[in-house]
Design a protein around this ligand. Structure first.
Ligand code: GRF
Length: 220
């Protein structure tokens, strides 16, 4: 079966792009990275694409509609069937989002709908939650909204700052994004309103408590 062609949009480091590149290095993985587009010429992710021989483009310094038109043309020429936003920091043109509805996904480092937008790890710490995580979702016009495909949960530890929490979440992102793209590529997903139903999915049969119940005794 031909592999699903994915176009990845980035703005920076590109570690999630790398996770997708690494997953696609396995010939049995059902998707391939057909093209990478950055809105910033200095994005490290462009180097990752170059070193893997993936076509890559910079689309910068344009207004929103012009950016969308140029991006759409590159995606079309590459035969892209799924757009994956991976640390892409530009607001997309609404018509572009609508044109790619149900064919564009994003990863966000929180358990949406909690903590959308900027600094989600800072928001999580400020709110005092005991768990955070990451979310892959289909993209809708409002920032960080859309039907949720998959989520990963990580604990918040008492000693956490923004950086340590971000690192723990990022490690989960690198597992979650390849899984979510695989589910799309395998056509397992059905969007039902705000929910995404997954054929053959198995949810983990666990409830995690933070802190755990097996604390050392504190009685004197
Ligand atoms: C990730 O935390 C992603 O969830 C968020 O921006 C960050 C991008 O990191 N949208 P990278 O560029 O993939 O390393």
């Amino acid at each position: 079966m031909p592999r699903l062609k994915v176009g990845v949009l980035i703005s920076g480091r590109g570690s999630n792009l790398q996770a997708l590149i690494d997953a696609a290095a396995d010939p049995t993985y059902p998707a391939e990275i057909a093209t990478v587009i950055s809105n910033r010429p200095d994005a490290v992710g462009l180097v990752r694409a170059a070193s893997t021989g993936i076509p890559h483009h910079v689309v910068a310094d344009l207004d929103r509609a012009a950016f969308a038109a140029a991006t759409d043309r590159i995606l079309g020429e590459a035969g892209v069937a799924l757009v994956a936003l991976a640390g892409f920091m530009r607001i997309l043109d609404t018509a572009f989002v609508e044109a790619w509805a149900d064919r564009m996904v994003n990863i966000h480092p929180s358990l949406l709908p909690a903590f959308p937008g900027l600094h989600p790890q800072r928001q999580a710490l400020a709110a005092g939650v005991k768990f955070s995580g990451c979310t892959v979702h289909f993209v809708r016009a409002a920032v960080d909204t859309g039907p949720i495909i998959a989520q990963a949960v990580v604990p918040v530890e008492d000693g956490d700052g923004e950086d340590s929490l971000a690192a723990r979440i990022l490690a989960a992102e690198h597992r979650l994004y390849p899984l979510a793209v695989r589910l799309v590529a395998e056509k397992r997903l059905r969007i039902d309103g705000n929910r995404v139903l997954t054929a053959g999915a198995a949810a983990p049969g666990i409830a995690a408590l933070n802190p755990t119940e097996n604390l050392a005794s504190n009685r004197s």
